[in-house]
Structure formats: C-alpha cells, structure tokens
Design a binder for this molecule. Structure first.
Ligand SMILES: Cc1cc2nc3c(=O)[nH]c(=O)nc-3n(C[C@H](O)[C@H](O)[C@H](O)COP(=O)(O)O)c2cc1C
Length: 289
C-alpha cells in the first residue's frame, strides 16, 4: 500500500520540473504524501524514506543526465522499495529515446529497488527543432492530465515495464560513453560582447560549474550539457560551436515565456493539422491519447 512518494528529478530548462510539479499535484490529489528532491550538485546525497521512489529526468541523447547517475550511485542500498522511472523528451517513446532508461533502471535495480513502472512524457523540445506555439502549448496543457494518469497507474501497482529493443542496449552503452565527454561541451561554450557579467549563469548553473572572471563566465569541468546557461542568459550572449551548435534552438527556449505567450489560446486546431511529418508521429499519438 503506497502512502508516501518521493520524487527525485533533474531538470535543465524547466520542462521536467513542470512534470515533477504535475506529478506531485496528482499524487497529493490522490491523498498521497509527496516529497521532492531536485538534483543538481554532485555532492547531493539523500536516502529515500517513502513507499515509492519516482525518478524523473530529461532524455539527453540515448541516456540520463549525469546528476541522476550520481544520485543513484550515492544512494543507500534498499530492500525492494518500489520505484518508477520516467523520462521526459521532445521526441517521445521511440528508439533511441527508449534507450535512455536502460542504464538508470539497471543501476536502480542493483541498488535493490523494484522498478515496476517506466514511462516517457513529452515536453516541448529544447534542442533540434522548435515546435510551433500551438503544439508546444498543447504539450504544456497536457501535463496535468498525463501526470494524473501516470500517478494513478503507479498507485495501481500494475507492472508496466517495456522490453528495450536489442539495439537500445547498444545505444544505452553509447549514451554512457557520451556522458563521460560532457566536459568537451563546456570547452566549446563562449560569450560574445553582449555579456554584461551579470552572473545569471553562475547563479543558475545546476552544477555550480561557472565562475566569473574579469566580468565574464568561465566554465569548469563539471558541465552536464543542460543548456540552461545558453537559454537563460539575459543578454543571450552564450553560444557554442561544433555539433552542439546544431542542437541549440535559434530562437531560444523559455517555457515561462511560452506559457505567457500562449495563455490566450482557448481552442486548438486538430493536432494532425498542425503536426506534420514523420518525426511528429509520436507527438500526435501522445496528444491524441
Ligand atoms: C543535450 C541534450 C540532448 C537531448 N537529447 C534528446 C534526444 O536524444 N531525444 C529527445 O527527444 N530529446 C532530447 N533532448 C530534449 C530534452 O529531452 C527535452 O527538451 C526535455 O523536456 C528537457 O527537459 P528540461 O527542460 O527539464 O531540461 C535533449 C536535450 C538536451 C539539452
């Protein structure tokens, strides 16, 4: 019988944080006691004292963000505490996104958790391609309904585990390798002359990985590729180069602004009309459901 839930999550640009808040509301609405931990710095340690652990994180190219792995590694061994793993992505439940839970689930199981539930929620993507406002707003407004459904499924204790595709195991290994090179991403980050040295990036980096030297940010070795500094910089002065540059959305990414910009929309066209193309197939299905 689940009476208390602990949600552990990492969020770079706020999407997963909104899902965590939605889930917390959904559980509370069902009479469950909820606590939350937002992951950030490497030294963060905490043991779970709840009937159910929910681990929640954004998909970062086939894998989970580094703070999630660190949290699992530093957490105490438990005896069969039920756990759920939920990944949040822009593209939805399609390979290689499905590979992003393989390693995290394996590590949780090694710690003694009984991972009985896994799922993927979709939020407006903060990389590759910007969604149009209608679609992005639809995804944001789907959060309460989707999280309520997911919370009820978890409480029903039904086993919802998805068998990874064979190649997902390979993608998962590649994802683990890629994470080791997140440092090279930080090496490519730079500021232009618009930087005012305001320190927003330093204060908001989830890892405390930015210092200000001579009124300009300097990135340390502990970058987790979350893009928060790039999108949050008030002067839009931060950019990157190489492959990562292709990931960054040209018009930026700000969920709060998006919410404000789209709050007047009361009626949406049918999702099939605005989501065209094979890449959005998953998204259409998700919103239709
Ligand atoms: C470095 C990086 C890699 C990403 N890789 C993927 C990916 O492979 N597939 C996908 O669907 N979304 C990908 N995304 C998008 C995020 O998973 C998605 O926007 C998520 O909602 C972001 O959550 P957040 O706002 O809590 O950081 C990536 C985002 C970043 C920053």
């Amino acid at each position: 019988m689940i009476k208390t839930v602990h949600i552990v999550y990492f969020s770079g640009t706020g999407g997963t944080a909104l899902v965590a808040a939605g889930l917390a509301n959904a559980f509370a609405g069902l009479g469950i006691g909820v606590s939350k931990t937002q992951l950030g710095k490497a030294e963060q340690k905490e043991d779970v004292a709840a009937d159910l652990l929910v681990l929640l994180y954004p998909v970062y190219i086939m894998t989970s963000p580094k703070p999630v792995d660190e949290w699992i590694a530093s957490s105490a061994t438990v005896k069969n505490i039920p756990a759920a793993v939920i990944s949040v992505s822009g593209g939805g439940e399609v390979s290689p996104n499905t590979a992003s839970r393989v390693a995290a689930i394996k590590k949780l199981v090694q710690k003694g958790y009984d991972v009985f539930y896994e799922n993927m929620l979709i939020m407006p993507a903060n990389v590759f391609v910007s969604l149009n406002d209608d679609l992005a707003a639809m995804l944001l407004r789907a959060v309460p309904g989707k999280t309520k459904k997911v919370a009820s499924e978890m409480l029903s204790a039904k086993r919802v585990r998805k068998k990874p595709l064979i190649w997902d195991y390979l993608f998962a290994c590649l994802g683990e390798l890629e994470k080791k090179h997140s440092r090279s991403f930080a090496k490519r980050l730079k500021v232009n002359d618009s930087c005012t040295g305001c320190g927003w990036c330093r204060s908001n980096c989830p890892r405390g990985n930015i210092t200000i030297e001579d009124s300009k940010p300097v990135w340390g070795k502990d970058c987790v590729n979350c893009f928060r500094c790039i999108y949050g910089c008030p002067a839009q002065a931060i950019s990157t180069s190489g492959f990562a540059k292709k990931l960054v959305l040209k018009n930026g990414f700000d969920l709060l602004l998006l919410q404000q910009r789209t709050q007047h929309i009361t009626e949406f066209p049918p999702v099939e009309q605005i989501a065209k193309g094979r890449l959005l197939k998953n998204l259409i299905k998700y919103l239709r459901d």
